[in-house]
Design a protein around this ligand. Structure first.
Ligand SMILES: *[C@@H]1O[C@H](CO)[C@@H](O)[C@H](O)[C@H]1NC(C)=O
Ligand SMILES: *[C@@H]1O[C@H](CO)[C@@H](O)[C@H](O)[C@H]1NC(C)=O
Ligand SMILES: *[C@@H]1O[C@H](CO)[C@@H](O)[C@H](O)[C@H]1NC(C)=O
Ligand SMILES: *[C@@H]1O[C@H](CO)[C@@H](O)[C@H](O)[C@H]1NC(C)=O
Ligand SMILES: *[C@@H]1O[C@H](CO)[C@@H](O)[C@H](O)[C@H]1NC(C)=O
Ligand SMILES: *[C@@H]1O[C@H](CO)[C@@H](O)[C@H](O)[C@H]1NC(C)=O
Ligand SMILES: *[C@@H]1O[C@H](CO)[C@@H](O)[C@H](O)[C@H]1NC(C)=O
Ligand SMILES: *[C@@H]1O[C@H](CO)[C@@H](O)[C@H](O)[C@H]1NC(C)=O
Ligand SMILES: *[C@@H]1O[C@H](CO)[C@@H](O)[C@H](O)[C@H]1NC(C)=O
Ligand SMILES: *[C@@H]1O[C@H](CO)[C@@H](O)[C@H](O)[C@H]1NC(C)=O
Ligand SMILES: *[C@@H]1O[C@H](CO)[C@@H](O)[C@H](O)[C@H]1NC(C)=O
Ligand SMILES: *[C@@H]1O[C@H](CO)[C@@H](O)[C@H](O)[C@H]1NC(C)=O
Length: 660
């Protein structure tokens, strides 16, 4: 089922390049001393790269040297943190369920009763799919609705507090920009980011990533030429420090100007630093995860058998039985071999640069950059030359990769890990295997998630989703690569369209009795599928539309909000109750609680019941569900800027491009 078919083998990497990084012998900045200096003035994600810039840097290792660990369990860091987080979700969850007011059932009392037992307390996750800016904005609308900080979100028909009640928040590609941006900005709310602030270029999508931020943003005086010079200079610092750079470095740097509210898009921000904010440490935020796919050496094909990697604030690695290991995110870039750093070896920090991680998850957009950068006026020649040099060095068919060299999993699990013998780990956009919703981290039995809100902004048909992303994860669950991890059955695309499963929230896997479990197997979470659909505007903008007027981006965010709340429960008055029942479903089973009548009705209405309708009824042109409330000035602008996708014909993996 995969189309990402390209021609040249990747014979280019060899010769132990990055291992021998010529790094200076700076005094160490151990975790604690690093924090002490900064905490006093700032509790945001920390620009804590030891180089103070974009480049990673060698540091002395901490007394307990970092190692690669087996994926058989959760990390100790996550396990310890979960104690705080799970407890912190109790009040918001009880409030949310109380407001929903399930008839003849005191849900708040129920939550308080089960709160002492983490396996009975609902464990909630949210997943934001890929799909470029469309996904960021539509996913952002969902998060705005779910966030109790959003004005009006806890009013009648609202679902505010769902975010505060969630344990995990995963993003992939464009959804990864959303998640990464929230955490890079002190877990700002979507509304704050949407509205921005005068001196900041954050979420100012009216200026394309090719133009760069407006001169009037206060951080530094930029024009397009200076902006691209800064991007190229930052990338060159990484090169100069002895690390291979890929197009993803340029892409991630450029993205950061839109997503990270700091001078030059915060070149020293790291992904692992999200864990250093007080609010995260106290369990006051969900656990952020981004997803990417591994590309095996000498192959171009990304299939459902490709290894799926996750980045979380503590670790990066894979649960798949291929790699089956995790590296500490903070120490990516260190020279591991068979899980260890050699006796006198240094550690490296700063490799997990926040924009680079967001760029990795969305590396398919490397091609967007390559296609369009040449036609942007004012990009200095030396920048184009630098991009071309990297592009040529990698080979055209590898321009969608992000290089992780040294490979943290070198010689690790060599009998099953396809990259074990490679100096480099090549990662690509998490949607390239068609699993465009970051479900993989959330279905791992060790995480014990009960319900996943899966927000799908994929472009399957007329830039609306048709269930392909969910089905990919279901199909994968049937193969050996799934290692026994189950996923609810998901029907074909025609059934989705014909039954309207892609026009309203649909629950998958409602009845645990439908799963035949082998010894040691557990039922997967219930999946609440929340597809992008036209509630109040045509939010199906093309994936490669480069810029959005403020009104258009606000309209799409609002449409996502209306999807999440079902128009504040005007479309489906039972929605707040039924969303609550989805949260409670698995817990009811574990506590042998008789399902309240209202919930039983919800499951009858919202659960996919296994019936198929595979007839092809022609093209899919959904009508407005609430009504066209598009702000007047938009439509024309949307059309005027939508052209860029059509020039992408040179790109590799075109079929995949059309999905994301
Ligand atoms: C659990 O959360 C409640 C409410 O926020 C708090 O009062 C209590 O101290 C927490 N308990 C633990 C063990 O963290
Ligand atoms: C739902 O409520 C929010 C918050 O009050 C509001 O912004 C939005 O316009 C409402 N949507 C509809 C369809 O009424
Ligand atoms: C970060 O957010 C917290 C609220 O969660 C706030 O108390 C703190 O002041 C914020 N820090 C910065 C630097 O904005
Ligand atoms: C951006 O950062 C500035 C300076 O820290 C702050 O004043 C402003 O509120 C931030 N804007 C947003 C939208 O977070
Ligand atoms: C998953 O794969 C790993 C590594 O191959 C293996 O050790 C483990 O037992 C497997 N787990 C399950 C649940 O099959
Ligand atoms: C569903 O989506 C897939 C993947 O994007 C696409 O190839 C297919 O044509 C779509 N089918 C229908 C009937 O919409
Ligand atoms: C994935 O691996 C399985 C064996 O577990 C094989 O049967 C299947 O054909 C492979 N699928 C793809 C898409 O390569
Ligand atoms: C917690 O809940 C699980 C699932 O219902 C149950 O098996 C376990 O015995 C409970 N633990 C305690 C201490 O009650
Ligand atoms: C639920 O019922 C099953 C069998 O009916 C029993 O084994 C289990 O212990 C019960 N669990 C709880 C939490 O009451
Ligand atoms: C679950 O099992 C019931 C009873 O066998 C069956 O009617 C239903 O179609 C199944 N649901 C799914 C989603 O397969
Ligand atoms: C968006 O969907 C509408 C129908 O619902 C369709 O007419 C239009 O062509 C689609 N727009 C894009 C950019 O695909
Ligand atoms: C929706 O309304 C806007 C103006 O508010 C209009 O320009 C656009 O054509 C309308 N779209 C559809 C599909 O009716």
């Amino acid at each position: 089922m995969l189309h990402h078919m390209v021609l040249l083998p990747l014979a280019l990497y060899g010769a132990g390049l990055a291992g021998a990084t010529p790094l200076s012998e700076q005094p160490s900045s151990s975790s604690s001393s690093r924090l002490r200096g900064v905490e006093a003035i700032d509790v945001r994600a920390l620009p804590n790269s030891p180089s103070g810039r974009y480049a990673p840097k060698a540091v002395d290792c901490p007394a307990q040297k970092p190692t690669i660990r087996s994926a058989a369990t959760l990390s100790k860091s996550e396990t310890d943190w979960l104690k705080l987080r799970r407890n912190a979700t109790v009040d918001p969850m009880a409030d949310l369920l109380k407001r929903a007011n399930i008839p003849d059932f005191d849900a708040a009392a129920y939550i308080r009763r089960v709160a002492g037992n983490v396996s009975q307390l609902p464990n909630i996750a949210i997943a934001a799919s890929g799909g470029g800016y469309r996904a960021l904005l539509n996913g952002g609308g969902f998060l705005a609705a779910a966030d109790s900080r959003t004005p009006g979100s806890t009013g009648k028909g609202g679902i505010g507090g769902l975010l505060q009640a969630s344990t995990y928040l995963a993003g992939l590609s464009g959804g990864g920009w959303l998640v990464g941006s929230l955490y890079s900005n002190n877990f700002s709310s979507v509304v704050q980011l949407r509205d921005g602030s005068p001196d900041s270029s954050v979420w100012k999508f009216d200026r394309s990533i090719f133009q760069g931020p407006s001169k009037s943003t206060g951080f530094s005086i930029l024009n397009t030429a200076k902006y691209w010079s800064n991007v190229a200079d930052a990338v060159s610092t990484k090169d100069d420090a002895g690390f291979n750079v890929s197009i993803t470095d340029f892409w991630g740097r450029a993205l950061s100007y839109q997503l990270i509210n700091d001078t030059d898009g915060g070149p020293a921000y790291t992904f692992s630093s999200f864990a250093d904010s007080d609010s995260f440490k106290q369990g006051q935020q969900p656990f952020p995860i981004l997803v990417a796919d591994g590309r095996a050496p000498n192959t171009q094909i990304i299939s459902l058998n490709s290894t799926v990697y996750e980045f979380n604030v503590f670790e990066m690695g894979s649960w798949d039985p291929s790699t089956f290991g995790f590296a500490p995110t903070e120490y990516l870039g260190s020279n591991f071999s068979n899980g260890q750093i050699e006796q006198n070896g240094h550690c490296v920090r700063g490799f997990d640069q926040a924009g680079y991680v967001m760029g990795t998850s969305s590396s398919l957009f490397n091609q967007f950059l390559l296609q369009d950068i040449n036609s942007v006026p004012d990009v200095p020649k030396f920048v184009l030359d630098a991009v071309t040099k990297v592009f040529k060095g990698l080979g055209e068919d590898s321009n969608d990769i992000a290089q992780y060299q040294p490979n943290p999993f070198l010689d690790y699990n060599p009998s099953t890990n396809p990259s074990a013998r490679s100096q480099e780990l090549s990662l690509v956009d998490g949607g390239e295997d068609l699993q465009n919703i970051p479900l993989h981290p959330l279905i791992q039995p060790v995480r014990g998630v009960d319900v996943i809100f899966a927000v799908d902004s994929s472009a399957d048909v007329n830039n609306w989703p048709n269930g392909t992303a969910l089905r990919a994860t279901y199909d994968r669950s049937k193969g050996q690569i799934a290692n026994g991890t189950l996923f609810p059955p998901v029907p074909d695309e025609h059934t989705f369209i014909n039954q309207g499963l892609n026009r309203r929230p649909t629950f998958f896997g409602c009845d645990v009795r439908n799963f035949t479990l082998r010894a040691g197997q557990v039922a997967p979470p219930l999946v609440v599928y929340v597809p992008n659909a036209p509630y109040t505007t045509l939010s199906n903008v093309t994936t490669f539309q480069p810029s959005y007027t403020k009104t258009q981006s606000n309209d799409i965010i609002r449409n996502g909000y209306d999807s999440a709340t079902q128009g504040n429960a005007t479309v489906n008055p039972d929605w707040p109750v039924c969303l609550s029942c989805a949260i409670l479903n698995r817990s009811f089973g574990k506590t042998n609680t008789t399902v309240p009548k209202a919930c039983a009705d919800c499951f009858t209405k919202y659960c996919w019941n296994g019936v198929l309708d595979t007839k092809d009824n022609g093209p899919y042109y959904p009508q407005f569900i609430i009504g066209n409330q598009t702000t007047k000035e938009n439509a024309a602008v949307g059309r005027a800027t939508a052209g860029s996708a059509s020039v992408l014909t040179l790109a590799v993996g075109l079929a995949v491009l059309s999905v994301l």
